[in-house]
Design a protein around this ligand. Sequence first.
Ligand code: PLP
Length: 472
Amino acid sequence: MKLYEQLADSIAQSIQEGVLCRGDKLPSVRQASASRNVSPSTVFQAYYLLEARGLISARERSGYFVSGGATGMPTSPEPIAQMNEELTQVDVSELVFEVLESIRVKNVIPLGSAFPSPLLFPLSNLARTMASSVQMMDPWSSVDNLSPGDANLRRQIALRYMIDGLHVAADEIIITNGALEALNLCLMAVARPGDTILIESPTFYAALQSIERVGLRAVEVPSHPRDGIDLNAMELALERHKPKACWLMTNFQNPLGSLLSDEKKKALVALLTKYQVPLIEDDVYGELYFGDKRPTPAKAFDTEGLVMHCSSFSKCLAPGYRVGWVATGRYSKAIERLKLTTTLSASAPAQVALAQYLQKGGYDKHLRSLRHTLLVNQIKFTEAIERYFPDGTRLTVPQGGYFLWVKLPDGVNALEVQRIALANGISIAPGPIFSAQKGFTDYVRLNYGHIWDARIEASLSTLGSIARDLTP
Ligand SMILES: Cc1ncc(COP(=O)(O)O)c(C=O)c1O
């Protein structure tokens, strides 16, 4: 990354964290050049970049001022959900399918979608790489690429772990059809029908659906919108319910956006090690951080092979290629056999193409630009919510990913908001699909991974009016 980009990123982070607030004056070019020990032209370039991103603006003869960023809206003050002491027979599928069906309608503004805009990905570059790598593909590669998967791709993924400071051997990696398959294989490797799985609340609806499909029971442990799962409540649940596994999102949780600190991840792994409960770590958003480095997976603190780290390229590089993986730990054999007896392997051309793309370089550049766009979008969204949503709305501003978890005023029914919004051509993800209890009735998850324009702004204004009309 160039020096001016580093400087711009560090200022953008201060804006995002609320250290610099809207209206604050930035240091003059001369001051910044002296304090940061860089040339004035580096500062100029950084300020131009931030201006282009809509984060700061120049006022004639006065200097640069923050024009985006921290809003006056209360962030993250909501109490976390109460611990539900009981086990839950999960039964959410009907509601989830209904909602998902409705949000797939074309032309609907996809604030309820779980995917960012496909326009944010280097799809034509990937397509070229796909064409050339498939042409050069060894005819035997469809056999060679059977599970555990393409050796080059596994090596490239192991390299990325290494760069992030984690030792994961290529042999420990199994390529799957997206992260969802990886997560399901892990679940099947460690649990049998009737067993209990510890999950966080709220959680990604596909975790609930997997648990339901396999005939498992869930114990839901509350998660805080800012720093994730409550470890005290988790220990009580481990003692009381003896779960067979724990399924968690450690980085930029869906739907909360929460992030576990390194200390908390260490404590989480220590707790699970004490009870010898495997962790299925779902980390599909970890690359989409706004800070200065990728947040560490909990797997980094695992010394006993208890953590199965699952991720994919679906959210950050190649949606639709359906390539994910799991770094398996001690469950390698079981997971590989399950993969071989269920879907045999991931698509050979997609694996070869992604291996080529990663090898060529350029992935990190793409990720930097994606993160910038998402950060700028987050600021635009939070500003618009502040402007258009009724009093009593609260939201959490995450440090990465592309979801905002919005608490509507007390008593506003999110399913009703969803129904009316859809009639107005806007999708949202209502809170009840994220909990086995169908709770979070006055929450919605909004996706800010779509290119900001007047249509998106108008849709937020409409949503605000709907919420206002439904406020008791
Ligand atoms: C938290 C989480 N995990 C896993 C997945 C599935 O990832 P993939 O598309 O790679 O299967 C999603 C997709 O929405 C997700 O939000």
